[in-house]
Design a protein around this ligand. Structure first.
Ligand code: C2E
Ligand code: MG
Ligand code: MG
Ligand code: MG
Length: 275
């Protein structure tokens, strides 16, 4: 009896697994075709200073699937990373963002805006990453000092030295770097000091608990304060992501945060809907 039901469970499980594998494979094929067929689109979310003046945007990719509609990056970036299409996707994002930067160079309000682009670990670790980025800048004619590449702590695992060399090479041509989602991953503070970074982006989880009225609120606020101070000690611009309320914005200003991003100011939108 027990054996039977065990086998049934496992057959059922296998069928379920197979279905999920098939839909994953289908999505993977769709994505490959989608990248080539121009189904990707860049949305932009503003980053503001404490006067709420826009100082730049972050490019956030969206996929408009022909039947499934808009898909968020959380649901397809990992697929692209597994299939290897992340290089194709990442290059498309870089190029599109650089083209936009060039367009904005003559714009009355946007000429000073920076463009932040998320980079995947596979892109960063590819041998020709530096060439890809510089080629993109050269071919589009975008100003390199307006481009900010966002990397995450987990990308520094393993071969950190090689990553530092690449970052320095890109920095030499003017490109800047931000450490994204800071505080959620593996933090080796001695590496942090050696990375040629310009910005530290505090993860939104700290921003949302910073103003909690629970008992933990005070400790959380001190934690956020410490991260901001750490960033400043390292000479970095501190950016808060995921700012959703006025209270969060004001608390972060008091704590010395430099730049703010979140739904409180703007959602990620198409270029035409930017302020
Ligand atoms: P991220 O780089 O940390 O981007 C911030 C995410 O938080 C974005 O989600 C943004 O829409 C969302 N967000 C912004 N403000 C708020 C807020 O006030 N509240 C809340 N709850 N969320 C907010 P999105 O666009 O879905 O992107 C998710 C992640 O996907 C990004 O996290 C980034 O890691 C990755 N991603 C996006 N575009 C690209 C890309 O072009 N290439 C790569 N490799 N990854 C990308
Ligand atoms: Mg980011
Ligand atoms: Mg982030
Ligand atoms: Mg985040």
């Amino acid at each position: 009896e027990a054996k039977d039901s065990g086998r049934n469970t496992s057959v059922f499980f296998d069928a379920d697994l197979e279905a999920r594998l098939n839909s994953r494979l289908e999505l993977q094929r769709d994505l490959h075709r989608g990248i080539i067929n121009n189904e990707l689109e860049l949305f932009y979310q503003t980053k503001v200073n404490c006067q709420k003046t826009c100082v730049g945007v972050e490019a956030l990719v969206r996929w408009f699937h022909p039947t499934k509609g808009m898909i968020n990056p959380a649901n397809f970036i990992y697929i692209a990373e597994q299939s290897g299409d992340i290089i194709l996707l990442g290059n498309w994002v870089l190029r599109t963002a650089c083209e936009k930067l060039l367009e904005w160079a003559d714009h009355p309000e946007r000429a000073d805006w920076t463009m932040s682009v998320n980079v995947s670990v596979k892109q960063l670790k590819a041998d020709n990453f530096v060439e890809e980025v510089s080629r993109c800048l050269n071919e589009t004619g975008a100003p390199p000092n307006k481009l900010i590449l966002e990397i995450t702590e987990s990308m520094l695992l393993g071969n950190t030295e090689a990553v530092i060399v690449k970052m320095q090479q890109l920095r030499n041509i003017g490109v800047r770097f931000a450490l994204d989602d800071f505080g959620t991953g593996y933090s080796n503070l001695s590496y942090l000091q050696r990375l040629p970074l310009d910005q530290l982006k505090i993860d939104r989880s700290f921003v949302s608990t910073n103003t909690d009225h629970e008992n933990s609120g005070l400790a959380q606020a001190q934690l956020t304060q410490s991260i901001i101070s750490l960033g400043h000690t390292l000479g970095l611009i501190v950016v808060a992501e995921g700012v959703e309320t006025e209270a969060q914005f004001h608390a972060l200003i008091k704590q010395g945060c430099d730049i703010f991003q979140g739904y409180y100011f703007n959602r990620p939108v198409r270029e035409g809907e930017l302020p």
